[in-house]
Write a protein that binds this ligand. Structure first.
Ligand code: ADP
Ligand code: NI
Length: 228
């Protein structure tokens, strides 16, 4: 099977799985991440084929689709790639990306106070950097805002509640189970992403999207207080 055929088949496979999702993991999110990741990969000199496949598959193995079972998601990606007769070494590289990409993996486990990237994380390839930056950028800016409220609405979260303060320290468990208002998510995740970019282009784009997040919050609180 040639590379284009592998990409086309994978695109179809992913569309089928994600077409029913409304938590922010829709096909158009994957479409944007794929395009952005390819653009970043070009700048970084990363392997475009690996980046494109990993970007397409990055949300298929998401823990949320498997009742929290991260390994089941990884197996699904592995099985799909094996069915395309992709060499095992390449499958490992792609799964290495799709299983590490989540923001949640950067959070400490319960009981551990550590708010930097997990120090035990394996070496980070250029391909992982490209896909991760693209995925994080899609959680920022105008689109990131739309996704946060879509997610919040789906899980019946209020927009904002001044009595519920954002958590300064958030663990993996808390990230998965939080029932906090959507605005809190800006402080618990979205505003942190700017400083988590791996690539030069990622950082440049994140800066602009971050500025927009701040602008939005400023306006939001002015309106909340009836000042505007
Ligand atoms: P990741 O793939 O980095 O783990 P998620 O799958 O957790 O990201 O999130 C998918 C989308 O939903 C992102 O845009 C994210 O910012 C948003 N989101 C996740 N958790 C919340 C939340 N508690 N409130 C509002 N938006 C959220
Ligand atoms: Ni994603």
């Amino acid at each position: 099977m040639d590379r284009q055929e592998i990409i086309n088949k994978t695109e179809y496979f992913v569309k089928e799985i994600l077409s029913k999702d409304s938590t922010g993991h829709d096909w158009w999110h994957v479409h944007r991440v794929r395009n952005l990741a390819k653009r970043i990969a070009l700048h970084e000199g990363a392997d475009i084929f690996i980046v494109e496949l990993a970007a397409l598959l990055h949300d298929v193995g998401d823990y949320k689709f498997f009742q929290g079972d991260e390994k089941a998601g990884e197996m699904k990606v592995r099985e799909w790639l094996a069915s395309l007769e992709i060499p095992a070494s390449l499958i490992d590289k792609i799964v290495g990306i799709t299983s590490q990409i989540s923001f949640m993996h950067t959070l400490p486990d319960k009981g551990k106070r550590k708010d930097k990237e997990n120090s035990s994380a394996p070496t980070i390839s250029k391909e992982l950097m490209a896909v991760t930056d693209a995925d994080r950028l899609d959680a920022m800016g105008a689109i990131g805002i739309a996704r946060a409220f879509t997610y919040g609405g789906f899980f019946n979260r209020p927009i904002y509640d001044p009595n519920i303060k954002p958590s300064k320290f958030i663990t993996k468990e808390k990230y998965k189970t939080t029932e906090a208002p959507s605005i809190n998510h800006f402080y618990e995740k979205l505003l942190k992403l700017k400083d988590m970019m791996y690539t030069k282009l990622g950082r440049k784009m994140a800066k602009r999207r971050h500025r927009f997040l701040n602008l939005y919050l400023k306006q939001f609180f002015k309106e909340w207080k009836g000042k505007m």
